[in-house]
Write a protein that binds this ligand. Structure first.
Ligand SMILES: *Cc1c(COP(=O)(O)O)cnc(C)c1O
Length: 457
């Protein structure tokens, strides 16, 4: 019977999607990194009224691939160095496919024993790999934006609770004030989280940073036990890490809460060569980290971690007559969401695949690529503005205008993609090497291209 789900000539939609995905991935290294003008124009084919009639699944998938695939940005190739964007390893894509086919809801253990078990294990592995205190609690959330916000909600609840105020029940109006001390170079998404939390993005106290973007510990204001201090592992521009041990020492003495935004930089802790950069992270009270950046899992995948799991639970727990109340970890008691996809399965698969040595090697290799970029550019007389300590390189090609022009040429070349940023009042190009797929040959070709295009601008 032909109906909306099938057509006479129909290919199985899963077979078709798998073939399309394989063809896409097989071609991604050879195609221009940014989509062509023609590919972008093809997106207009999606502009149509909602169809009145059904359409076979294979036809839908064929349209998606025909017009959608060419207009993607090739972040799955090895030469996308914009923002801080990883790729997805085959094992994580495969785990994502299987978990999507399972269609599990990870709200509750009873809804998915498998997914909750895998997330429990992945969480334990991450805590161990990053060298965080045993017993650290966590939640799989959409990204570092929500990971930071979730952990900061725990901080807010805990610090107010100490003053006899239950902000979950009583709200913030009339609450004793909390202070929030942040790096002058704090990531914009953390400020957004603070505004969602009612802590305000403008009432923060900003601590000046040094020339690499690290907070100057001697400039910290006096801290107290109603203060949240937010530091960074991995400045989004320079890759520099705040002196976390020194900040924690001050904060501990004062009873303040330290949160680490480690969206990508927290993974330095998993690399023997780089761990010194985040020395002291285990002294903090909470952390936010992305898996979709440097661990190379699919989107959306971040993790909120809180030293005292009970404090995360106190901020996030749900109460309803139909929800379990036992002692087992129920994901929805630790994160902002109830129903959600099994994103932790991909983290489990990535960590099971890489192991400790594989994560160490992934971080070390991408950092070495960044070093190769910096050395090659400097040798060609091009200015590198930061100490390349992690995977980030900041480059200027003379005046701001010329830097912007070279970036435009690089993006148009299709060979690689780098974005612009601002660093200490100057326009810069940022090279972020975050993908498992980047090879020595990708770096060599990209370097040659940058140098050649800089010469013509
Ligand atoms: C990327 C990033 C964020 C935000 O992460 P998302 O995954 O985009 O939500 C926050 N902080 C830092 C330092 C980052 O690099």
């Amino acid at each position: 019977m032909a109906g909306p789900m099938t057509s006479n000539s129909a290919r199985d939609p899963l077979d078709l999607a798998q073939a399309q995905a394989r063809a896409y991935l097989a071609g991604v290294a050879a195609r221009p990194v940014a989509p062509s003008a023609e590919a972008l124009a093809g997106l207009a084919n999606f502009d149509r009224d909602l169809p009145a009639e059904s359409c076979a699944a294979d036809v839908v998938l064929a349209e998606l691939d025909r017009w959608g695939s060419p207009a993607t940005v090739a972040t799955q190739g090895g030469r996308f160095f914009g923002f801080v964007v990883g790729g997805s390893m085959p094992v994580s894509i495969g785990a994502n496919w299987l978990a999507t086919a399972w269609d599990q809801n990870v709200a509750l253990r009873v809804l998915s024993p498998t997914a909750v078990k895998l997330e429990d294990v992945a969480l334990g592995w991450m805590v161990s790999l990053l060298g965080l205190p045993a017993g650290t609690g966590g939640a799989f959330v959409t990204a570092a934006t929500s990971a930071n916000m979730t952990a900061l909600a725990a901080a807010r609840q805990a610090l107010l609770q100490r003053r006899g105020w239950d902000c979950n029940r009583q709200g913030l109006f009339g609450a004793p004030p909390l202070r929030v001390v942040v790096s002058a170079d704090i990531h914009s998404t953390v400020l957004k989280g603070l505004s969602f939390l009612g802590l305000g993005s403008e009432r923060v106290e900003r601590v000046p940073v040094d020339e690499q973007g690290r907070v100057r510990v001697e400039m910290l204001p006096p801290l107290d036990d109603a203060t949240i201090v937010i530091v960074q592992a991995g400045n989004v521009n320079s890759g520099a890490c705040d002196p976390i041990a020194a900040v924690c020492e001050r904060a501990r003495a004062a009873g303040a809460w330290v949160h680490v935004d480690g969206a990508f930089g927290l993974w330095a802790a998993a690399c023997a060569e780089k761990r010194h950069l985040v020395r002291g992270i285990e002294q903090a009270d909470s952390w936010g980290v992305d898996c979709h950046k440097w661990l190379n899992t699919p989107y959306d995948c971040g993790v909120a971690l809180v030293r005292e799991a009970a404090l995360l639970r106190a901020a996030m727990a749900l109460q309803a007559p139909y929800l379990p109340t036992g002692s087992a970890r129920e994901p929805s008691h630790f994160g902002p969401e109830l129903s959600r996809r099994a994103r932790g399965v991909e983290v489990w698969a990535a960590l099971r695949h890489l192991g400790r040595s594989g994560v160490d090697a992934l971080v070390a290799r991408t950092c070495n690529h960044a070093q190769t970029f910096a050395a090659g550019l400097r040798a060609a007389g091009i200015e590198v503005l930061n100490d390349v300590v992690l995977n980030q390189v900041l480059v200027a090609f003379g005046s701001d205008e010329r830097t912007r022009e070279v970036i435009r040429r690089i993006q148009d070349s299709g060979v690689l993609w780098c974005g612009g940023s601002q660093w200490r009042g100057r326009a810069v190009m940022r090279i972020s090497v975050s993908s498992w797929a980047t090879t020595d040959a990708d770096v060599a070709l990209s370097l040659r291209t940058i140098i050649a295009l800089a010469g013509t601008a």
